[in-house]
Design a protein around this ligand. Structure first.
Ligand code: ZN
Length: 447
């Protein structure tokens, strides 16, 4: 067996690895490059799309699935194996990504900019959907000389790590591994002892803040702001983070820890994902499953308002009194959250809660760093609302969890992390006597 990385090698996005044995070609993920590497989405894959015999998808984040439509545009007709929850969420995620890409293109044209054309379209997505094959956890699929099994990675509903056996060897591909301390999803499982583990190292050099402290901080801010009849603005990713916040807000309301107030879920994608969650009950942790079993929607706060249309979203502007607004984008690159910031950022009683990483130079980072004025929509906005950064909601395993997950493994190839994170993890593994290498783009690794 031979594995070659064609993405997420010494970087965090673009996950894509080709595994070959006996002339059979199995592709693990086909993700999008994001941020400063976005141009690479249009570059050649590094292998022939039509020569791929099967694809296995770990989970539905765009940096793991975003180039799949293009793979089909360029001739791939292979079956795409994934967990049933992944098959259910994948069309929602890619439809939304297509909408963003086409929207950017059309805006560019209107402003006379030399906008690059979208690099895939609806037809490519349809073709991809026709090739999806559901593979539940613990069932095996025989793909040419490979036997493939998915196990729960605890990172998203349906997220999996992949165990693949061929030629008497076993390889494991971690996908992205979840944060064990969080409550909504079931914890990641541990892999079989393998000849090679290809492992993500996003947080290979960091430990997360304890989750209970994170939750206590969220409770305190929510309580104080809602009592003051003000707004809580929560920029959030539409998948996983938004539902997780809803889960905790519902729980805190129920236990009387925060006042009951309207919660606006102001993101069409987050609304669609939350609806889809009702059909994915078996992937969740015990508490969520018990609530579903008792007929309670674990993600519905007492006064939840889903504002799907633009008109409904705009009407939030006229709402007086205490409320929480959850909207995208999580990284404040754009989206409806900016309209709410424009409306409430100068209100000293309101609060902005930042839950995720904000890249340097961005609006989100300026807020996190305590800027007194920020610029967006072409004008300056005074920051008088309080801004709180709450760590601990990360969807990824931290350094200690990664080391625990890799404990039994003699040989590890590290992917999906920046150089510093991967080198730190490599060193920690070496200190324990494990062989670890940092995988490089286009360089084959023998299993
Ligand atoms: Zn992910």
């Amino acid at each position: 067996m031979k594995l070659t990385p064609y993405g997420a090698a010494q970087q965090v996005t673009g996950s894509c690895h080709l595994v070959e044995h006996d002339g059979y070609r199995l592709l693990l993920d086909c993700g999008m490059f994001q941020g400063r590497d976005e141009e690479r989405n249009r570059a050649p894959f590094g292998f022939e799309p039509e020569a791929v015999d099967a694809v296995v998808v770990s989970h539905v984040h765009l940096d793991h699935i975003g180039r799949l439509p293009r793979l089909f545009r360029e001739g791939c007709r292979a079956p795409v194996y994934c967990h049933p929850a992944t098959a259910a969420l994948l069309p929602l995620m890619l439809q939304d990504a297509l909408g963003v890409m086409v929207g950017d293109y059309e805006r560019g044209l209107r402003h006379g900019a030399d906008a690059p054309e979208p690099w895939w379209d609806e037809r490519d997505l349809e073709r991809l959907q026709q090739h999806l094959v559901e593979l539940p956890y613990y069932e095996t699929a025989a793909l040419g000389p490979f036997t493939v099994e998915l196990k729960n990675a605890g990172h998203l509903p349906g997220s999996a790590f992949v165990e693949l056996a061929a030629g008497g060897k076993l390889a494991v591909f971690s996908g992205d591994l979840g944060n064990q301390r969080k409550e909504v999803l079931a914890d990641p499982e541990f892999p079989s002892r393998a000849d090679l583990v290809v492992c993500e190292g996003t947080y290979g050099d960091r430990a997360h803040r304890p989750f209970q402290a994170t939750l206590a901080e969220l409770t305190e801010i929510m309580h104080a702001t809602l009592k003051a009849h003000a707004k809580v603005l929560i920029p959030s990713f539409a998948l996983e983070r938004a539902q997780e916040i809803l889960f905790h807000l519902r729980d805190l309301e129920e236990r009387g820890r925060i006042p009951v107030a309207p919660v606006f879920l102001d993101s069409p994608l987050a609304i669609r994902v939350t609806r889809a969650y009702a059909n994915l009950q078996e992937v969740f942790g015990m508490e969520v499953r018990q609530l579903f079993d008792n007929g309670t929607d674990p993600f519905a706060t007492a006064a939840l308002r889903c504002t799907e249309s633009v008109e409904a979203s705009k009407s939030i502007n006229d709402f007086e009194g205490a409320a929480t607004i959850i909207a995208g984008s999580g990284m404040l690159h754009g989206g409806r959250i900016l309209h709410h910031l424009r409306r409430h950022l100068d209100d000293p009683h309101s609060a902005v809660i930042i839950l995720g990483f904000q890249p340097p130079g961005s609006l989100g980072r300026a807020l996190v760093d305590g800027a007194r004025t920020v610029r967006f929509f072409g004008s300056d906005h005074e920051v008088r609302a309080s801004v709180h950064t709450i760590g601990g909601f990360s969807g990824h395993a931290d350094r200690d969890e990664l080391l625990e997950w890799l404990e039994e493994q003699p040989r590890v190839a590290l992917v999906h992390g920046d150089d510093e994170a991967l080198q730190t993890l490599q060193q920690r593994l070496a200190e324990r006597g494990q062989r670890a290498l940092v995988a490089r783009h286009g360089e084959p690794i023998e299993v």
